[in-house]
Design a protein. Structure first.
Length: 133
């Protein structure tokens, strides 16, 4: 991949990451809390994939593991962000493939979900600042 298309692809990954965090806010405002968490994970995943493309000039693997990308990119996440990304990784599977919808919905109340949303927005901003553009 030459630098032109990879730049466009990096921009697209970050554009989608922003769209997904905005979608997370809409889900939160609508009381769809575990979907908020799902969209937060998706937002961070896409930003990491944008950084992956910027660094390696190849399409990222079709994985959903945030820490995989952070490790491959050798990101020096601040400790509290690294802890949060680890936590968000663990929340991904249950929100992606819920076994029991009512139980999952009860797990994410407004306060917990708001914390996830705010922390995700901070991580996204930090990741954007790492972009070479």
């Amino acid at each position: 991949m030459d630098s032109g298309p990879s730049d466009k692809l990096v921009d697209e990954w970050f554009r989608q990451a922003e769209y997904d965090i905005d979608t997370a806010r809409y889900m939160f405002d609508g009381g769809r809390y575990f979907y908020t968490v799902f969209m937060c994970h998706l937002s961070i995943e896409k930003a990491l994939k944008g950084l992956f493309v910027a660094r390696f000039k190849v399409q990222p693997p079709k994985l959903h593991v945030l820490l995989y990308f952070a490790d491959k990119l050798q990101l020096e996440l601040p400790p509290e962000m690294k802890e949060f990304v680890y936590e968000l990784d663990g929340l991904s599977v249950p929100t992606r493939y819920p076994d029991d919808l009512r139980k999952l919905a009860a797990t994410f109340d407004r306060n917990r979900t708001e914390e996830v949303l705010k922390a995700s927005a901070k991580v996204l901003a930090w990741l954007k600042a790492q972009s070479p553009k």
